[in-house]
Structure formats: structure tokens, C-alpha cells
Design a protein around this ligand. Structure first.
Ligand code: ADP
Length: 456
């Protein structure tokens, strides 16, 4: 009984810590808007608001065969995309898992691995008749880490995110590095465009749903992109581009509130994650939202309860004490467990952590998952609201293409974003609707490659 009361007390405290009120959300939105504006004004701001050199929306008449390579946070994906016009496409793809070691080894070696996988993929597709032998295919490279670009086929990595730390890469042009790897493995491909998954998602979503004005990714990391008027980007005024032209902006909004930590309500668990991360201070917004961290937040709360002797007394807890051992997918499973006994949660704890749980503990863990998941969705709503408000999209309404495992698989994530938007904007918040986006790093990257070729 004493334990039960202790847990109830804990839950109340945690609820207070992880709940974000509508008023607080509106304050975050205002600060977020100012930060987005600052990023457009001057280079090298906290949220860098990167011009992507993708000009305007696709017309749905883009056609041809393209390769797309996506160096994601968890996987490497290579695709063959056939754009057949009229907004239609076919896609063939392979995925390769990246190991933690690969993310930390020399950058050139990482790109060499990508080149090697692409070579294997092309060879297989030549064999089965999908690709014509001897043909050099245009390639769209999706590299979803902040890069500074001054043209579409070039990009210097500003800094690694999402747990990557490969040395000899920051500050260098990743297209040049990847071209070197393609040459090394004799890959018949020409890199024509460098994009990030978010920009690709923006373009691909608009390709099939022209009401799309914003794209968001909620995966290992978290980011957004939208289309901005060149004349409203003072920091590129010197380039002499037509001020009425539209250019896609890769916000890199995961960096919002980094270093100063003025605006986002961080709990002690968030601070622990930040301080023990390989990039303390950075990606402050992302660390509260993205798939890489949500499981870890929950794990840290559980570890504290273990230390206090509130849960798992007398059991060997070494497995759950391993950092990042608690996958965010477990939160999804816990929240969606349909049984009264919470059998799914029993399964997770016995199978992955060799721990027995009581029903009260399982209910507690589920409530905790809900707090962490709900906070992530509501903070995501703040980011979306900042762009909507800045661009004046609220009255006419807009569609937000969203992708990533968190958005696609976490039960209720989209509903919680929509709820958050109404908490911020009132009834009018209903005018902003998220929908599952088209595959940005495959289809989107191919469309961007096609748009680039048409412009040339
Ligand atoms: P990436 O961002 O690497 O391109 P994803 O969009 O698949 O790829 O995101 C992977 C992240 O999503 C990981 O952090 C993982 O923990 C998390 N994730 C995977 N499956 C689920 C799920 N069912 N529910 C919530 N999060 C998940």
C-alpha cells in the first residue's frame, strides 16, 4: 500500500512536470516565431532557417528515372524512383541498418559504405532488368543533418545531430565526399541534388496534395520545412535572386531554445539527457520530442524510481539501467495495450529487461508514457503553430505533411498535435490539419532531382 501511495504521489508530480498548459504553449509559439524570423535575418542563428535552393513547388509534370539515397538516423535507404508524370511514381528500394560504430567512425568511411550499398543495389537492379546497364542515373541525396548550401548540389555539414559523431565531416562538403565514394566503387550515378528529408517531404506532399504548405518529420530527429518568399529572407538579399521567387526553407527547428534554454519547460530528466549527450546544449527542442529521446526520458524516470526503491525491489535491474535501452517504440506499445492486465507491458519488461511488474506498476508506466508522448506532440504543435502564424496561414487553413515513425506509429500522436493546435489558436486551430506525407527521402528527393534537371 505504501508503494502504491508513493507511486500515486510520483505520478502527480510527474504530471505537473510534463504538462504544458495552453497559455504556456502560446508563449512558446511567440518565442518560436521570433526565432524563425531571426534565422531568416542573419546567418548562423540558433535555428538556422536554411535556404535549400529548391525553388518553388513541383508542377506534377516531372518525369524520368532517378536514384535516391537517404542517410537517415537509423537506416540507410537506397531507392530507384520512376516518375511517370501526372503526380504518379513507382519505387523500388532497399534498406541497410547503420550500426552505432558506423555513426562514429571516420566520415569518409561512412560515405564509402553508402556508396558500396548503392553499388550492390544498382547491380541487383541491372540484373533484374529495372536499370539499363551503362546508364548513368541522376541521384538525389537526402542528408538530413544541418548543412549550409549555396547551390543545390553542394552542402557543408554544419554539425552532426541525431547521435552521429563521425569525425572529419563537420565543415566539409558532403556531396564532394559522397562523390568520392561513388567513384571509389564505380557507381554509375551522378549526384544532382542534396536535400534533407524534410524538404523532400514538403515537395513530395505537395506533389500529391497541393494544399500542403508545411512539412514536418517526427522520427529519430525532428524538423520542419516550408516555402518562403526570397524577398522575406534578408540574409540572402545579396544573391540577387528575384524577390518574388519562392524557396524552400529547411528550418532545422530541432535547435530551438538550444544553449539558452529560456523557453521550453525542461524536466530534470531532460537536463540529464542533454548533459550526457554527445552534444550538450544543442538540439534542445528535438531532445524533448524526437524518437531518439522519448524512450530514454521514460527510462530515466524508471531508473530514479529504482534508485529510490519504489519499483523492482529485489530484482536485477541491470538491463534497464543501460542508457538508451528503452526504445520509443515501447512507449507506443505501452499506450496501445488493449488488455486490462496490460499484457503487452508485461511482455516488454520480461522479454527485454528480465523484470517482473505488478499491475500497479504497469498502469503507472503507461500513464508515464502518455505524459511523455503527449508533451512531445503538444510541443510539436507549438512549432507548427509558429510557422502557421508567421506565414498567416491560419485563416485560409493549410495542410501539414508529416512523416517519421513517431508520427506514423505512435497512437494518438496526430490527434494530440491537433488538440494542441486548438489549445493555441482556439476553434481556428481546426483549419490546420496534419496528414501522413508522401515519402520525402525517396519520392521527394527524386522530384527535387527532376526539378533541378528541368531548371538546368
Ligand atoms: P529516421 O528518422 O531514422 O529516418 P524513423 O522515422 O523510423 O527513421 O524514426 C526512427 C525513430 O522512431 C527511432 O528513434 C525509434 O525509436 C522510433 N520508433 C520506431 N518505431 C516506433 C513506434 N512504433 N512508435 C514510436 N516510435 C518509434
Amino acid at each position: 500500500h505504501a508503494t502504491k501511495k508513493k507511486m500515486a504521489d510520483h505520478l502527480r508530480k510527474l504530471e505537473a512536470m510534463f504538462t504544458i498548459t495552453p497559455q504556456r504553449m502560446r508563449m512558446i509559439v511567440e518565442a518560436f516565431k521570433d526565432t524563425l524570423e531571426a534565422g531568416l535575418q542573419k546567418p548562423a542563428q540558433v535555428v538556422p532557417m536554411i535556404p535549400t535552393y529548391v525553388f518553388g513547388w513541383p508542377t506534377a509534370t516531372e518525369t524520368g528515372e532517378y536514384l535516391a539515397v537517404d542517410l537517415g538516423g537509423t537506416n540507410l535507404r537506397v531507392c530507384l524512383v520512376r516518375l511517370t508524370g501526372g503526380g504518379k511514381f513507382e519505387i523500388t528500394q532497399s534498406k541497410y541498418r547503420l550500426t552505432e560504430e558506423q555513426k562514429q567512425e571516420d566520415g569518409q568511411k561512412l560515405f564509402d559504405f553508402c556508396g558500396e550499398c548503392l553499388k550492390v543495389f544498382i547491380d541487383v537492379n541491372i540484373e533484374n532488368g529495372e536499370i539499363t546497364k551503362g546508364k548513368i542515373l541522376p541521384l538525389g541525396f537526402t542528408f538530413s543533418y544541418p548543412c549550409s548550401q549555396d547551390r543545390i548540389d553542394h552542402g557543408e555539414l554544419i554539425r552532426w545531430t541525431k547521435g552521429f559523431g563521425a569525425p572529419n565531416t563537420e565543415g566539409r562538403d558532403v556531396v564532394t565526399m559522397f562523390r568520392k565514394s561513388l567513384a571509389l566503387h564505380g557507381v554509375p550515378a551522378e549526384i544532382v541534388a542534396l536535400t534533407c528529408d524534410t524538404t523532400g517531404t514538403l515537395i513530395a506532399s505537395h506533389y500529391v496534395n497541393p494544399a500542403t504548405k508545411i512539412a514536418c518529420i517526427f522520427g529519430t530527429g525532428c524538423n520542419a520545412a516550408y516555402m518562403e518568399r526570397v524577398g522575406d529572407i534578408p540574409k540572402i538579399a545579396h544573391l540577387g535572386i528575384d524577390p518574388d521567387a519562392q524557396i524552400a526553407i529547411n528550418c532545422e527547428w530541432g535547435a530551438f531554445d538550444s544553449f539558452e534554454h529560456e523557453h521550453l519547460p525542461r524536466t530534470k530528466y531532460d537536463i540529464m539527457i542533454d548533459e550526457s549527450s554527445n552534444k550538450p546544449g544543442e538540439q534542445a527542442f528535438e531532445k524533448l520530442i524526437s524518437g531518439r529521446y522519448l524512450g530514454e526520458i521514460l527510462r530515466l524516470v524508471i531508473c530514479q524510481l529504482i534508485d529510490e526503491g519504489t519499483v523492482f525491489l529485489g530484482q536485477n535491474t541491470y538491463k534497464i539501467e543501460i542508457p538508451y535501452s528503452f526504445d520509443t517504440a515501447f512507449l507506443s506499445l505501452m499506450e496501445s495495450d488493449p488488455t486490462d492486465e496490460l499484457l503487452m507491458i508485461i511482455g516488454i519488461f520480461t522479454h527485454f529487461f528480465a523484470l517482473e511488474t505488478t499491475l500497479a506498476e504497469r498502469q503507472f508506466f503507461r500513464a508515464l508514457a502518455k505524459l511523455v508522448g503527449r508533451r512531445a506532440a503538444r510541443l510539436s504543435a507549438c512549432g507548427i503553430a509558429a510557422i502557421v502564424s508567421k506565414m498567416g496561414y491560419l485563416e485560409e487553413g493549410c495542410s501539414v505533411g508529416a512523416d517519421g515513425s513517431l508520427y506514423n506509429k505512435y497512437p494518438g500522436f496526430a490527434e494530440r498535435i491537433h488538440e494542441g493546435l486548438q489549445d493555441i489558436f482556439g476553434e481556428k486551430g481546426r483549419n490546420v490539419v496534419t496528414h501522413h506525407a508522401e515519402d520525402g527521402s525517396g519520392i521527394g528527393s527524386a522530384i527535387v532531382a527532376a526539378m533541378t534537371k528541368i531548371r538546368k
